[in-house]
Design a protein around this ligand. Structure first.
Ligand SMILES: [Zn+2]
Length: 313
């Protein structure tokens, strides 16, 4: 058959699991381990009770346990392919794994992770050269001899320092988490050192708080949180009002004045005080712990009315 007529390997290959007590000429025990001190894969290949090949591989510390399991499976297939086929009859091999997750991924046609695809390709390639490849789930620590060896060696590899990583495809989820954390820290540094957004920072000292907050931004709430707009002090600064004074007599109608001190908003403030039962709350507490009540308080203030008669036209 011409190469171009070959079925796509991922479509052609079916991952077969053994029936009970089925045996093969070659038994390949695979294991992957992720420990605090590292990630490692190990393969031991038996023909009968003879060890035909051993392999240990070290993965990047950020690789997952499943990746270690799958790398071991892939290595087992590679090692099987390298065996002297003249001495093997029939050409059958069983790949033992204790990773149900990996077997399920191999069966799942929608799973296209790098290693899963590589394993399927390798199985297809072996089957084209007349190998019969099957998989078997072994329970972890079930005492199967070959599996015990692979398991023990995988742990040794994971712990061994200085071994060069042979596999460093970090899972996307891990990369995203790291990128997100990095961005958050960068944002936090800018947030803390910036001269802008002073008003906002009083409500949200940390970016984390801001990110967690699902606050619904209305025009009034935005004005309060940014300190931009809706007060005479602000409008006066931009020559949009005659005076910076407040209608209560205070000479400076800032947002803080309107929210926390103004006599004209004392009725609304009383409602808020009763609802949250305290008035020692910081701005941060108001927006984080008492958000619902605080936002209702902001919405209850008629900022237009408090500026009435003061706008320049
Ligand atoms: Zn006032």
């Amino acid at each position: 058959m011409e190469h171009r007529h070959w079925p796509h390997p991922a479509k052609a290959v079916s991952i077969k699991e053994i029936e009970t007590h089925e045996e093969a000429t070659i038994s390949a025990y695979t294991d992957g381990s992720k420990y605090q001190r590292g990630v490692g894969s190990r393969v031991v290949i038996f023909k009968g009770s003879d060890i035909m090949a051993r392999q240990k591989l070290k993965l990047d510390d950020r690789c997952s346990n499943s990746q270690a399991e799958q790398l071991a499976i892939h290595k087992a297939l590679e090692e099987t392919e390298l065996l002297n086929r003249e001495s093997i009859s029939p050409l059958t091999a069983i790949i033992y794994t204790d990773s149900r997750v990996s077997l399920d991924s191999l069966h799942n046609p929608y799973s296209h992770s790098f290693l899963v695809k590589e394993i399927r390709k390798k199985v297809a390639s072996l089957e084209r050269s007349e190998w019969g490849i099957k998989f078997s789930m072994v329970k972890a620590h079930a005492g199967t001899h070959g599996n015990e060896i692979a398991d023990r060696l995988a742990k040794e590899v994971a712990r061994s320092e200085g071994t060069k990583h042979v596999f460093a495809r970090i899972p996307k989820s891990t990369l995203y988490q790291e990128a997100e954390e990095e961005a958050r820290q960068k944002w936090q540094r800018e947030w803390t050192t910036s001269h802008k957004a002073v008003a906002t920072r009083q409500y949200f000292p940390t970016v984390q708080d801001k990110l967690r907050s699902k606050i619904k931004l209305t025009p009034k709430i935005t004005a309060v949180l940014t300190g931009h707009g809706m007060t005479n002090a602000y409008l006066h600064r931009f020559h949009l009002s005659w005076e910076a004074t407040c209608s209560c007599g205070n000479e400076y109608q800032s947002m803080d004045h309107l929210l926390f001190h103004c006599a004209n908003t004392s009725a609304q403030r009383e409602v808020l005080k009763q609802q949250i039962g305290t008035w020692t709350a910081s701005k941060q507490d108001l927006i984080i712990k008492h958000q619902k009540e605080f936002c209702a308080f902001i919405e209850s203030i008629d900022f237009d009315d408090l500026q009435l008669g003061n706008q320049r036209t």
